[in-house]
Write a new protein. Structure first.
Length: 164
């Protein structure tokens, strides 16, 4: 106990480089088995290293526009096969008495002037509404602010924090 033992280093020792493997001949066979050389993970992928994006990063408006594009794709799916359409949980539109009810988003987000939900008569009007909503998201600063606030609220709920 009189001797001081060196503490293990908290920094792991570097991995030795793996040598390229050569063809190996099996003693029972005349055939040589070729073993493919292993690539070095760090050398191959190290230049592509990046920081992982965190929840809530990115532009709320561009994310919203991408969500509108998703709604347009769902609408096209619905129009192609109205009776076989099964993605109602993902759609912002629903069949209602008198046509279709369309929400501004999954959330109860106000697009301005209290506009959160409309009822239209045709699928074509849904497409027009989505197009107008996308344009509105691009030019209305108040709606853009509402999108950003909504995004922060959603991120906060996902990570269990509080909205400030």
């Amino acid at each position: 106990m009189d001797q001081d033992e060196p503490l293990p280093s908290p920094i792991p020792a570097p991995c030795p480089a793996l040598p390229d493997l050569k063809p190996v001949a099996d003693g029972d066979s005349d055939d040589a088995t070729v073993v493919v050389p292993r690539t070095s993970l760090i050398e191959k992928w190290g230049s592509k290293k990046a920081e992982k994006t965190k929840a809530g990063q990115g532009d709320a408006v561009s994310t919203f526009l991408a969500r509108i594009e998703r709604q347009k794709a769902l609408l096209a799916e619905f129009q192609a096969d109205p009776t076989g359409f099964t993605k109602w949980r993902s759609a912002w539109f629903r069949e209602v008495i008198g046509g279709f009810g369309v929400s501004v988003t999954y959330d109860s987000l106000d697009a301005g002037g209290g506009l959160r939900y409309i009822v239209v008569e045709t699928a074509q009007e849904i497409a027009e509404f989505l197009e107008d909503l996308a344009q509105h998201a691009q030019i209305d600063a108040n709606f853009q602010r509402a999108l950003k606030e909504n995004r922060l609220r959603r991120v906060s709920q996902r990570v269990g924090g509080k909205v400030e």
